[in-house]
Design a protein. Structure first.
Length: 498
């Protein structure tokens, strides 16, 4: 039977190194043992960023074009980092007979996979997502630390430029060319005699352009005029703080521009809507329009109905109590009994302790990257002593390598913290499922809406019939009520790999 290999690594440097070759060698040996014929290898690095999705789509297209029914990968976390990938492959598993083998995890899934097997797969995908979310939170925490230290972590706004300092840190200084032009932009607008469009044309003649050398757009002009960074303040995440960089304008000039701007009949939109539980969360099953709420004159009942914007379906009114009934039923259904919760949580922890766990994989590769940089520094020092490179080149590269090493040390600390989070995520899932009904009933409308968005997806209304889908892995908690539990190492209810 024909098969393809999917190998994924975390950094560009590993793409041609040991990690990638180790994966492909292991998968080829497995294919030979199972008598699969490998016809194609797909190997790529996560450093490709936005191109990762395109590469994954190439895998899907090749499977379908050549009617390949077997996909081999090292483990679940090498296979996918997001639910979109998992959904696409799961659809092919159910409708096109695709079989996916997770060699190091020790199981595979196909169209006959049980609910329990699917839970083990989707739960690990969920844990992988939670792990990466934790890393993202730590990155945000680092940005907030800079913010509290009066430093800007992002790209400098137009009129400023990012620079590298001699001690290896970064800073922001006024741009010698564009800084005075931005100041002039504020001065011209403060007169009240020019529009955004006219101001853009004037500044183009003065030499102020966008980053591609073209006319500044109207939205760019507005963004500059509304940005308090130019008079000494920075805004991030709804907070404001003073920054330590040189202002280009005074606070008085900035405030005068705001008065002019607000005088152009531009008044902020204020949303006066009453908070409703399902506002904006439900679509019409027939026409796809939004289901909107309204309170009747007596104020006793809240009704929901399709806006019928496309004039293609009959407008029917449904009480909010009717929409809440299946929600309460679903919240009761995801309450897993304690004994089954303990069994499943133990299984997930055992899976997390495998050789392919995120923590060990990433720490090992971060250590390798750090050592490579250290060797380069030592080699470069010898080159300097031999006069093979100049002092200027040595100093520049030394700052570059030391900065990379500092980032690696930070990532190592982040991964160490996130590793602990990996093991407790399963317990949090079950605790949330167990208390979801209690939390929902005791919460105010905003909290109810947050919980609904977290637990449910694809909320629809078909006439007067509400339709809901639980998100993964909560949907599988309902199925597990009737399935026996498979734990890693047991022989019951699994499709083993010999």
């Amino acid at each position: 039977m024909k098969a393809i290999i999917l190998a994924r690594v975390s950094t560009k440097e590993q793409e041609s190194g040991h990690s990638l070759s180790a994966q492909t060698d292991s998968l080829h040996k497995y294919a030979e043992k199972k008598e699969f014929t490998v016809v194609k290898e797909f190997c790529f690095s996560e450093s490709a960023g936005s191109k990762i999705r395109k590469k994954f789509e190439e895998v899907i297209a090749y499977l379908r074009k050549h009617q390949i029914k077997v996909l081999l990968c090292e483990n679940v976390d090498r296979f996918t980092r997001n639910f979109k990938d998992a959904v696409d492959l799961d659809e092919m598993r159910k409708t096109e007979g695709l079989e996916v083998h997770f060699v190091k995890d020790g199981f595979f899934i196909n169209k006959d996979a049980s609910g329990n097997q699917m839970f083990m797969w989707e739960a690990k995908v969920f844990l992988a997502k939670q792990y990466l979310n934790r890393l993202s939170d730590d990155v945000k925490r680092s940005m907030w630390q800079k913010f509290d230290n009066h430093e800007w972590a992002g790209k400098a706004p137009i009129g400023y430029q990012n620079i590298d300092l001699e001690d290896g840190t970064k800073s922001i200084v006024p741009d010698e060319k564009n800084g005075p032009l931005v100041t002039r932009l504020f001065e011209l607008y403060a007169t009240g005699n020019t529009s955004y469009k006219g101001l853009a044309t004037t500044m183009l003649k003065c030499g102020l352009t966008n980053r591609t050398g073209n006319l500044l757009s109207v939205s760019s002009i507005e963004h500059i005029l509304k940005n308090p960074f130019y008079h000494g303040l920075m805004e991030y995440g709804g907070r404001t703080n003073h920054h330590k960089y040189t202002p280009l304008i005074s606070e008085e000039l900035f405030e005068k521009c705001q008065s002019v701007r607000e005088g152009w009949n531009k008044k902020p939109f204020q949303h006066q809507a009453i908070p409703f539980i399902f506002r904006g969360l439900i679509k019409c099953e027939k026409c796809g329009c939004t289901i909107t709420p309204e309170k009747k004159k007596d104020g006793k009942y809240i009704y929901y109905s399709c806006t019928n914007f496309r004039q293609s379906c009959k407008r029917e009114y449904v009480k909010e109590e009717t929409l809440l009934k299946p929600v309460y039923e679903a919240l009761k259904a995801i309450q897993v009994p304690n004994e089954r919760q303990e069994e499943i949580a133990k299984g997930l922890r055992d899976m997390g302790k495998s050789e392919a766990s995120f923590h060990n994989f990433h720490i090992k590769n971060l250590n390798k990257e750090y050592d490579i940089l250290e060797n380069r520094i030592n080699k470069m020092y010898e080159d300097k002593l031999d006069d093979s490179i100049t002092q200027e080149m040595y100093d520049r590269k030394l700052r570059e390598y030391k900065e990379k090493q500092n980032k690696i040390r930070t990532e190592q600390l982040i991964h160490s913290d996130a590793d602990e989070e990996f093991y407790v995520t399963a317990d949090r899932i079950f605790n949330l499922a167990k208390r979801a009904l209690e939390i929902f009933e005791s919460s105010e409308v905003p909290e109810k809406r947050q919980l609904l968005a977290f637990l449910f997806q694809n909320l629809r209304l078909d006439g007067k019939n509400p339709l809901y889908e639980l998100r993964s892995p909560f949907n599988l908690l309902v199925e597990l009520a009737t399935y026996p539990i498979w734990l890693p190492g047991s022989d019951s209810n699994r499709q083993p790999i010999d």
